[in-house]
Design a protein around this ligand. Structure first.
Ligand code: LRH
Ligand code: MN
Length: 387
């Protein structure tokens, strides 16, 4: 079994993008709880995200959501991020909050509604040009609630046409990333419900169109790591939205609900050449409804780092030998041995060799930043999912 120090160079390459919206208020249809010190605008969200990178060295970029993170001057926002040691990342579009999109946006039967949604994506591409972002991430809430309500085939054809119009506008160094989700807010059919549909749509667009896999967007019991393997094999896995869930799209801290699933997913990422590969972006997509947001993000990136370290420790030579000799139990033992390897002490020591705190959470909590923002951020409106 290789020791952590043997995989440290690979660990050092890890970069996990943080979602700006994790630093705003979020909740459920029942309640959105506010909390002291919550960011009130994109500048404060980025300042909070920079704290995560400062103590973990793991989160050099922040994803934005438009219009939630719309500002007058994106150059100023870009400079603000740069001054704080981070950069602006993926631009997420939003066609799930406008009244016109009740029955669809890029799939809508009305060409004028489709054009409005397409124009929103053109606006997002303008933001990307200003922020220097590579990825335009599209998640569509579009679908229906009752059988017969919608023409499933017609919607797919209109979606393909709308996406092609958007794809034509993205730049040479930019990508269109299509995220799938099996249900919610639509409860009968969703127009991009699974990896196969997202793959079919992006494959038709071209090489700069790829799939986003959100770990909370699959039916219970889905073997997500198999999908990871297949999308890597097809060269179409563009990014992850990492989070965890017990039931639906709970958007909980990644690794909190099922650390073994996270380990299995990361093993396939490494096995398939997706780790340390700039073509496969790691992002968190979470909501800290009741826990503190900056500590929640710190815990999240550390969970991904820890499970990545364990996955990198799999003795792949012995595993391959056991697999090829049909030694079922030995292959499983070798796989589980890495998962059961407690790397936390080695990781803490390794962080110190890189000038980072052994315990980033403890360092953040001792920094006083939380108390500072709770005392300073008085008045104004706390950020949230409000358009
Ligand atoms: C949809 C989703 C998507 C984002 C939103 C914040 O459930 O995963 O990635 O746009 O959450
Ligand atoms: Mn997502």
């Amino acid at each position: 079994m290789s020791r952590l120090i043997d995989v440290a160079p690979q660990l050092a390459a890890q970069a996990i993008e943080l979602p700006s919206w994790a630093f705003g208020n979020s909740g459920t249809r029942f309640k959105v709880f506010g909390s002291a010190g919550t960011a009130r605008d994109p500048f404060e969200k980025i300042a909070d995200a920079a704290q995560v990178h400062r103590y973990t060295g793991l989160a050099p970029t922040v994803a934005l959501h438009i219009p939630w993170d719309k500002v007058e001057d994106f150059d100023a926002l870009r400079k603000h991020a740069d001054d704080l040691g981070v950069a602006l990342g993926t631009i997420n579009s939003n066609t799930f909050q406008d009244d016109e999109y009740k029955l669809g946006a890029l799939t809508h039967t009305d060409a004028a509604v489709r054009q409005k949604a397409i124009d929103h994506h053109f606006e997002c591409i303008e933001v990307m040009n200003a922020t220097g972002s590579r990825d335009l991430k599209i998640w569509l809430a579009e679908g229906s609630n009752y059988p017969g309500q919608a023409d499933l085939r017609g919607r797919q054809d209109r979606l393909a046409e709308s996406l092609a119009t958007i794809y034509e506008r993205i730049g040479e160094n930019q990508r269109l990333v299509l995220e799938y989700k099996f249900f919610e807010p639509a409860f009968y059919h969703t127009d991009v419900p699974d990896w196969g549909t997202s793959y079919a749509q992006v494959a038709a667009l071209g090489e700069r169109a790829v799939v986003c896999l959100d770990t909370g967007h699959h039916a219970p019991g889905t073997n997500i790591e198999f999908i990871v393997m297949q999308l890597l094999r097809l060269g179409k896995l563009g990014s992850f939205d990492f989070n965890s869930r017990f039931y639906a799209d709970d958007d909980l801290i990644v690794g909190a609900a099922d650390p073994f699933q996270l380990f299995r997913i990361l093993f396939e990422v490494i096995r398939g050449g997706g780790y340390g590969n700039p073509d496969v972006a790691f992002m968190l997509d979470q909501c800290h409804n009741i826990e503190q947001k900056i500590p929640g993000q710190i815990r999240s990136v550390l969970n991904v780092q820890e499970m990545t370290a364990r996955a990198l420790l799999v003795d792949t030579t012995a595993l391959t030998a056991a697999q090829e000799s049909g030694d079922v139990l030995e292959a499983n033992r070798i796989f589980m041995d890495a998962f059961y390897t407690d790397v936390r002490a080695d990781l803490a020591a390794w962080r110190e060799t890189r000038g980072l705190p052994a315990d980033p959470m403890e360092a953040y909590l001792a920094s006083g930043y939380q108390q500072q923002i709770e005392s300073e951020r008085v008045g104004g409106t706390q950020a949230g999912w409000g358009a």
